[in-house]
Design a protein around this ligand. Structure first.
Ligand SMILES: [Zn+2]
Length: 410
């Protein structure tokens, strides 16, 4: 059980953070990297660290750390998440992990637990990539998965580069880059996150452990036909790419459902985009995810085949380009099993995969990494409707404290 003190701390922190970067019109959060709202979140983090007597530091990439114990001792147990948001995001995605991390340290203190390993809370900067278009910039730079010269060149919608934005926020953009020394001091990273689906709700359980992050990718489908008059062109004479596109959207749904995968066309661009004109070109972006890469490849190949077959009938040319791909992330099995054992004393804790990317996924290439999920009753995420019950959040704090105690205090 979470101590009452840790519960009260959680509620107080939650309330303080809730007003930062909230858009009064939409009710959602607009906390984009290196903006004033982000600076307010970062000031909040620093104040939480200092209130607890934790040693505060910002690393070369702008990630914030709060240390209990000597970082140089090594084999640290690190927990945390991110404080930035997608446009009009919910309150829980990211902040729940950071607030729970501080509350879990409070809980450990209330339990009288004595850490044998250094503990730290981290806030990874720019996880959502809402401003510069690339997710997990802070953790990618640290883990060496993003070249500093490429990061500095990222630009936002107003043409401001990441380098300029960092400089304006008082962070040196010339200092960014891989941080292997820092990562070498981390023995385990545990990220608590609100679930972005309904698996825990369907199991009627407040907390779960992550098994893996599904491989996922984005593919651009171009359908080229012929623009013509909507009122005078005979049906038989049309080469209408919208038809091919529509059939492909339906095929994507069907192929994904049959394979137990996910496939979504969520973005489309039409030329010339006129009400009374048959389109000359439709460009649609497919996001697809599956439990393993073989299934994912199979689903995308089947969708592409359906597009080409229909395109041949419609007189429409189809081309497909893979724009990005992220391989499967298997979280460290021994750490995952350790968490499941620490949390499943009575009833086994649910162990579930996720289709969403996280800093934990990026870091897993460099350090043993695990994730805890907290029930989200509707499964809605990246929206102001994202939610979690307070008692579930406190169950998450308690679970995280159990994990930190089991890993660092025994
Ligand atoms: Zn997140």
């Amino acid at each position: 059980m979470t101590s009452t003190a840790a519960g009260a701390e959680f509620t107080a922190m939650w309330r303080e953070l809730a007003v930062i970067g909230r858009h009064t019109g939409s009710g959602g959060y607009r906390r984009y990297a290196w903006t004033p709202a982000d600076a307010d979140c970062r000031a909040w983090f620093r104040a939480q660290a200092e209130d607890r007597g934790l040693a505060y530091e910002t690393d070369r990439n702008g990630n914030q750390w709060a240390w209990l114990g000597d970082p140089a001792a090594g084999d640290a147990v690190v927990t945390g998440s991110h404080l930035d948001s997608v446009p009009d995001g919910g309150a829980f995605d990211g902040p729940l992990g950071v607030v729970s991390s501080f509350a879990a340290l409070d809980d450990l203190r209330a339990r009288g637990a004595r850490p044998r390993r250094p503990l730290a809370v981290v806030n990874f900067v720019d996880e959502e990539g809402a401003r510069f278009g690339l997710a997990c910039v802070g953790s990618r730079l640290t883990a060496g998965g993003l070249a500093p010269q490429d990061a500095r060149k990222l630009v936002d919608a107003d043409g401001v580069s990441l380098a300029q934005a960092m400089e304006k926020a008082g962070q040196d953009p010339d200092a960014i880059g891989p941080d292997p020394e820092r990562l070498a001091r981390v023995g385990a990273f545990v990220e608590l996150h609100v679930e972005q689906g309904r698996a825990l709700d369907l199991l009627d359980r407040p907390v779960g452990v992550a098994s893996a992050i599904w491989p996922h990718g984005r593919w651009r489908f171009d359908f080229r036909g012929e623009a013509n008059h909507a009122g005078t062109t005979r049906i038989e004479d049309r080469r209408d790419p919208m038809l091919t596109y529509a059939t492909t959207v339906l095929a994507a749904r069907k192929k994904a459902r049959l394979a137990g995968a996910l496939a979504t066309f969520g973005k489309v661009a039409v030329e010339p985009n006129g009400v009374n004109a048959i389109a000359s070109q439709v460009r649609g972006w497919l996001d697809s995810r599956a439990a393993d890469e073989e299934t994912l490849d199979g689903v995308v190949a089947a969708i592409e085949q359906a597009a080409r077959e229909r395109g041949a009938r419609d007189g429409v040319e189809v081309s497909v380009v893979r724009e990005s791909f992220t391989p499967v992330v298997e979280f460290a099995h021994d750490l995952r099993d350790r968490l499941a054992a620490l949390l499943g004393a009575g009833v086994p804790v649910p162990v579930l995969p996720t289709g969403a990317g996280h800093d934990a996924g990026i870091l897993s290439a460099a350090v043993p990494t695990a994730m805890l999920f907290v029930r989200n009753p509707t499964g809605v995420s990246h929206s102001p409707a994202e939610s979690a019950a307070e008692e579930d959040c406190l169950a998450g704090v308690s679970a995280l404290a159990d994990v930190l105690e089991g890993l660092a205090c025994r």
